[in-house]
Design a protein around this ligand. Structure first.
Ligand SMILES: *Cc1c(COP(=O)(O)O)cnc(C)c1O
Length: 501
């Protein structure tokens, strides 16, 4: 299977090259030229396998330049019971809430307690194998812009991986204290962490600019290095995410919640559009889906886009209690538009260029019609997020994090508006303990402790929900990093970390 850039169909690469490079030279994103097609017999076969068995089959169908043995190594070293707490890293629990069933798929049982682990525990293995196939002998420099969770998950995935170095940039005031502490205490000889004076979009734009600056890539090349990306624009990030949607479909059928062939709805708290795009790609492979429900916080640029067909990032940026979704430019949307535009690279490029120059673009009627038929978008405020955590907890004794609460709230609104009773799988993207302050405010009227770890203990005392070990063990760790830089100094910062003039 080959991949091409969304902005230039003539740029065709193998899977290994797409993963090693991260982003195409013209700034477009790599997409598969076709999708493996699974009929219900295939789904029934997959349903008999465990998670890793499903992952091997699905990833193998996309990574045609990897051997079955290589794929097995990647999957089996990523999803271990030791790292994910059980042999099923994406368990689904069902709750009765506001008169309907929520099938909550918990994607946060990995080492950093957010769903990013699902992809970032595999990516380093995929990447080192890809580098061997394509750029043998070169070291990969992973640059990451993070709104909080990606950074820690990438650091944890790449720490001490041979032939890689990783530098993470995060917005100085845009991540939770727990997220900051998780990153700044990171161990490993090949890692570096730096805050930037700006928001997530500034960090992401800064990283993209470094990738596309010839002077920077030449300097690295002269030192036997190349840039790569662990952001969700990397194909190696998206692919493992397709797996859990197909696996969820199998689990729903195995537990009798649906019959094979029935449609499901998918509800995803969305930021950079990677997670929800993976569920759409699962549908492109044959998974029956009725609606993709795209949930946003006050940064509701996607809600407006889905409703109007106009993407307009010229708006106020809000710092919310669901910071991993505080995003105004959802990079992976480009891949959906490319597909909906009938794989028209020129059109995709034009929209993206207009986005860069004017901050706004409008898609054609035909693309808009496809969005209407498959996507629903809505959003919720911080107050609604907290109220949802509280009422879900009161009704079910289930404690969810702020991002998952956005999804639950928007799903409520969707059902209210449409009366659609299609069984829904809701992606739960983080442990509530990663966002203890907001979650505690939601469920308790007491005066809050000021220290982050006291909040964790208090939340535990109030709710009895178990604290994930990776978070409780952080308390005694000392920060290794406290770097801050201006956005326009990011290139110099990277060179100095790498020891390049
Ligand atoms: C990254 C993240 C999201 C958003 O996912 P995208 O793939 O960027 O849309 C939602 N919730 C949490 C907890 C996250 O870490």
């Amino acid at each position: 299977m080959l991949y091409n850039s969304t902005e230039n169909k003539n740029e065709v690469v193998s899977a290994a090259q797409a993963i090693a490079q991260g982003i195409s030279k013209d700034g477009g994103l790599f997409v598969p030229q076709s999708f493996p097609q699974y009929d219900m017999e295939t789904f029934k076969e997959l349903a008999k396998l465990d998670y890793n068995g499903r992952a091997k089959k699905i990833m193998g169908d996309y990574l045609s330049d990897f051997t079955a043995e290589e794929i097995a190594q990647c999957v089996d070293s990523a999803y271990t019971a030791e790292k994910f707490g059980s042999t099923n890293p994406a368990p689904i629990g069902t709750k009765d809430y506001n008169g309907k069933q929520l099938n909550i798929m918990e994607l946060w049982h990995g080492p950093t307690c957010a769903f990013k682990d699902m992809a970032l525990q595999v990516l380093p293995h995929l990447l080192t194998k890809s580098l061997k196939k394509t750029y043998d002998g070169k070291d990969a420099v992973i640059l990451v812009a993070t709104s909080g969770d990606t950074g820690k998950a990438a650091l944890e995935g790449f720490k001490d991986v041979d032939h890689t170095k990783i530098i993470v940039f995060y917005p100085v005031d845009g991540v939770s204290p727990m997220q900051k502490h998780q990153m700044n205490t990171q161990l490993g000889d090949n890692v570096n962490v730096c805050a930037i004076k700006g928001n997530f979009d500034d960090a992401q734009t800064g990283v993209k600019k470094i990738f596309n600056t010839a002077e920077m890539t030449e300097k690295l090349s002269a030192n036997n290095m190349l840039f790569s990306s662990a952001n969700s624009i990397n194909w190696g990030r998206l692919l493992p995410q397709i797996v859990y949607y197909i696996s969820a479909y199998c689990d729903m059928a195995n537990s009798g919640k649906i019959n094979f062939g029935d449609k499901i709805n998918v509800v995803v708290p969305t930021g950079n559009f990677g997670n929800i795009l993976a569920s759409y790609y699962a549908m492109c492979m044959g998974m029956p889906v009725n609606k993709f429900i795209c949930a946003s916080n006050s940064n509701n640029v996607l809600t407006d886009f889905i409703r109007t067909g106009t993407y307009d990032k010229n708006r106020k940026f809000y710092t919310t209690v669901s910071p991993s979704m505080d995003i105004l430019v959802s990079s992976n949307l480009e891949r959906l538009l490319y597909k909906f535009a009938g794989c028209d690279d020129a059109k995709t490029k034009q929209w993206m260029n207009t986005l860069k120059s004017e901050g706004v673009y409008t898609v054609d009627d035909d693309v808009k019609a496809q969005i209407d038929s498959l996507f629903y978008g809505n959003c919720c405020s911080d107050e609604e997020t907290k109220a949802t955590i509280k009422s879900l907890y009161e009704q079910t004794h289930y404690l969810c994090d702020t991002h998952t609460a956005v999804a639950v709230n928007v799903y409520d609104k969707y059902v209210e508006e449409t009366k659609d009773t299609t069984p829904a799988v809701i992606a739960s993207t983080a442990s509530p303990y990663k966002f203890s302050k907001a979650v505690l405010e939601a469920v308790s009227d007491d005066v809050l402790p000021t220290d982050e770890f006291e909040m964790v203990d208090k939340l535990n005392a109030v709710t009895g929900a178990p604290i994930p070990t990776p978070l409780s063990s952080l308390k005694d760790k000392k920060a290794r990093f406290n770097n801050v830089t201006e956005v326009d100094k990011m290139p110099e910062y990277v060179l100095s970390v790498l020891g390049i003039e």
